[in-house]
Design a protein. Structure first.
Length: 145
């Protein structure tokens, strides 16, 4: 995934952590222009689950270690399902209001809510809210082969 992000103009690195820890380290950190992305990624066949603790670690990393406005910091869940990547950005408001789900999931049939290839990087408008099921049809996902 790091190479795919780099191919799309991001500076990206993988953080190799040998076992789960309480340190707020994401799997991948990426930056494009002023925006910083913390990724938690999973590889699965049909679905991927992300426990609340892993999601919180993304926000802790961004909040504690990235000194920029929240509009420029993005907590993203990524699932590699077959030959396809699906990305979902978790809204800062959910974290700030202590409303993160006990676990988030990405299913193979899901569409993500963020497209990392078409995002405008210099606008505060690029925050992508978590969509309701009715809005899910408007979401965009990446397909990497």
């Amino acid at each position: 995934m790091v190479k795919l992000l780099q191919k799309n103009g991001y500076n990206a690195v993988r953080i190799p952590v040998s076992n789960p820890s309480l340190s707020p380290l994401p799997d991948i950190i990426a930056r494009k222009n002023l925006h910083v992305y913390a990724f938690e990624v999973k590889n699965a066949k049909y679905y991927a689950y992300f426990p609340k603790q892993q999601i919180e670690k993304l926000f802790r990393f961004l909040n504690e270690l990235v000194p920029t406005p929240n509009e420029q910091k993005h907590a993203i869940l990524g699932a590699h399902l077959g030959k396809r990547w699906i990305f979902k950005e978790i809204n800062w408001k959910e974290y700030e209001k202590n409303r993160l789900p006990e676990k988030a999931r990405i299913l193979k049939r899901d569409r993500g809510n963020v497209d990392l290839t078409a995002r405008k990087q210099d606008s505060a408008k690029n925050i992508v809210d978590t969509k309701s099921p009715e809005q899910e049809k408007d979401n965009v996902s990446l397909q990497f082969h």
